[in-house]
Design a protein around this ligand. Structure first.
Ligand code: FAD
Length: 349
């Protein structure tokens, strides 16, 4: 791969570096892109899959709540509105191009080198908006690889009249169960504890619904050939086992986030969140973060707000505008995180 001022992919050699590259085209990345488009900087968005983030990839059919002013949208409609709005402003979104590495440029330390599956790009700043969805967790039980076992619902209408098993007790297990019920499926929800972890609204709705909830029980294995047909369920308290037939099995026990590359490049994390300062800059100078990856509150409004804030911070970092200065004419500085973090663990890149 070439380095220095050369770029691979669609960029011509000798082009100036980008001012900002946004990693991830979910609500946070798209909101950052919209804000930056008004600043007339050289920037683009790199997206590992299809633009639209979790709304498009994880719940295209589900009703979206908490999106002020848009009470009747499903995930796909909301994602399409966001993506088309941003594209209308001329924003370039490169899909199917996951970022795999970020390095500081050897010759010019103010520049960052972004490595993707298709090439490398030089940029003066980065906004990481990769979300925390990652990949769905597997149970690791025998038979889990059989056809008919799923970790997401592409279209709940397909399960009308079917007898389905849902494994899990959190928001996504219960919310998906409610959606399957609404579309006419017969739902059995299996949870390994005696209480659901889902929010009160979902809890109340599922407990009043015709779904059968089996408490203190785990899925021990699945059998069938070639499709999953039967589930072996075991009661954790009594050890009692039962074999039950199902046409489909959905496993919603959370997601495993791929944070390896973020940690490898020296970004500091707590749990599955990147550590950021008030201006949403990480411990790496010029690298900002927004949305689920930078926040305890993992909701669309928060992601939109943080995307905008990270964009402003990147702009201020790059341009030092006059309005960033206080009354005395001195620039207002946000504390960089490295002042709070352990100074010994400096960015190694
Ligand atoms: C089932 C479910 C239902 C939900 N329902 C609601 C709801 O009704 N209302 C609400 O407010 N919130 C809801 N949420 C939460 C909401 O979807 C998130 O808070 C929001 O999508 C976060 O936006 P984001 O941009 O930070 O991340 P995401 O939407 O997750 O987008 C991140 C994007 O980054 C991309 N990406 C990841 N890694 C890379 C990489 N290395 N290189 C390039 N691109 C990368 C991903 O492909 C993805 O497109 C729900 C979440 C789930 C899982």
């Amino acid at each position: 791969m070439k380095s220095g001022w050369f770029m691979e992919n669609n960029d011509s050699p000798g082009e100036p570096p980008y001012d900002v590259i946004i990693v991830g085209a979910g609500p946070a990345g798209l909101s950052a892109a919209l804000t930056i488009s008004y600043f007339q900087l050289r920037f683009m968005v790199l997206e590992a899959g299809a633009a639209g983030g979790a709304l498009m990839q994880n719940y295209p059919w589900k009703h979206v709540d908490s999106y002020l002013g848009f009470p009747n949208l499903d995930g796909r409609q909301a994602a399409n509105l966001m993506v088309s709005h941003v594209r209308k402003e001329g924003v370039e979104i490169r899909e199917n191009e996951p970022v795999q590495d970020i390095k500081r440029n050897r010759k010019n330390h103010d520049l960052l080198r972004l490595v993707t599956n298709k090439g490398e790009y030089l940029t003066r700043s980065v906004i990481i908006a990769t979300g925390t969805i990652g990949t769905p967790r597997r149970l690791g039980v025998p038979g889990e690889e059989l056809k008919g076992i799923k970790y997401a619902i592409e279209d709940p209408n397909l399960y009308s009249g079917r007898n389905v098993l849902v494994v899990g007790g959190g928001d996504s297990a219960v919310e998906n169960s409610l959606n399957l019920l609404d579309r006419g499926a017969r739902v059995t929800l299996v949870h390994r504890r005696n209480e659901l972890r889902a929010c009160e609204e979902y809890k109340n709705r599922i407990l009043k619904s015709p779904a059968q909830v089996i408490w203190n029980t785990e899925l021990k294995g699945v059998s069938g050939n070639p499709r999953a047909e039967k589930a072996t369920l075991v009661n954790k308290r009594t050890g009692e086992e039962r074999l039950m037939p199902f046409s489909n099995i959905f496993i919603f026990i959370g997601y495993a986030l791929e944070t390896g590359w973020l940690k490898k490049i020296g970004l500091r994390m707590h749990g599955n969140c990147l550590r950021v300062n008030q201006g949403l800059m990480t411990n790496m100078k010029g690298v900002f973060a927004a949305g689920d990856i930078a926040s305890d509150i993992k909701r669309i409004p928060q992601a939109l707000a943080q995307g905008e804030k990270a964009a402003y911070s990147a702009y201020k970092y790059l341009k030092h505008p006059y309005w960033e200065k206080n009354g005395s004419g001195r620039r207002i500085k946000l504390p960089w995180p490295h002042k709070h973090f352990n100074k010994k663990k400096k960015n190694k890149l």
